[in-house]
Design a protein around this ligand. Sequence first.
Ligand SMILES: Nc1ncnc2c1ncn2[C@@H]1O[C@H](COP(=O)(O)OP(=O)(O)OP(=O)(O)O)[C@@H](O)[C@H]1O
Length: 257
Amino acid sequence: MVEKKVTLKLDHVSKSFAKIETDEVTHALNEINLTMKSGEFISLVGPSGCGKSTILRLVAGLIMPTTGKLTVDDNEIQGPSPERGMVFQKPTLFPWLTVKDNIAFSLKMQGKLKGNEDKVEKMLDVIGLGSFRDDYPGQLSGGMAQRVALVRSLINEPDILLLDEPLGALDAFTRMNMQDEILRIWQEKEQLAIMVTHDVDEAVYMGSRVIVMDSNPGRVVSDITIKEKYPRDRSSAMFVEYRNEILNKLHYGGIRS
Ligand SMILES: Nc1ncnc2c1ncn2[C@@H]1O[C@H](COP(=O)(O)OP(=O)(O)OP(=O)(O)O)[C@@H](O)[C@H]1O
């Protein structure tokens, strides 16, 4: 179980980007108010450009809001922190480091590797890549590389896990296995997970809450609590009902795919 329970708040958060070539401004997010807590799995869905990744990058502290503020337990987010781990769609591994060294990298950088070597080995076992520990990322399949990228973030035991379409590039079979793997780790650690996905099925299968967004300007149009218990059955009446409700919000909210 994760030691620290946290509350993340987005308080009237707006983010605009200026285009370099023109005077135009993109209102990526407009007045977002959200409260999320440890133990929740938040799925963010919405059309391309509605600001889903911008929310993750703000929470990661990679960018700052134009107005409003983001806080973790009332402390304003002012930059990146190992307490907020991000996994991107394309696994961002160091090609010159072995699988094991990629996983150990952040512990090493923080001077925490000594005494934690067994944690790296445990993570290798968790993702079933123990026998690939000395291989380089270029030798791995896409699914294997994504598993390494996932545990590389998890090894820091972040209070907040940010997943930016982490399974988007995987084949259907690997994707379903990884969904269960991520859920298992999340349930064990009880951290706050926030995942961007384009797949409504995946959003309902994994999320304890599904937040539906729309674009121009980027905003929240619906915040749905999924009350069905885990593990979920994709063919159950309740599951199908949730999926239809979200698809309806995406269409009737004027959302384009
Ligand atoms: N660094 C940036 N500079 C300029 N505009 C940006 C920047 N980052 C994002 N935007 C714009 O902000 C809007 C929201 O982008 P964002 O990537 O958050 O959307 P998204 O919902 O994650 O989209 P997708 O589903 O396609 O990944 C888009 O119009 C995008 O072009």
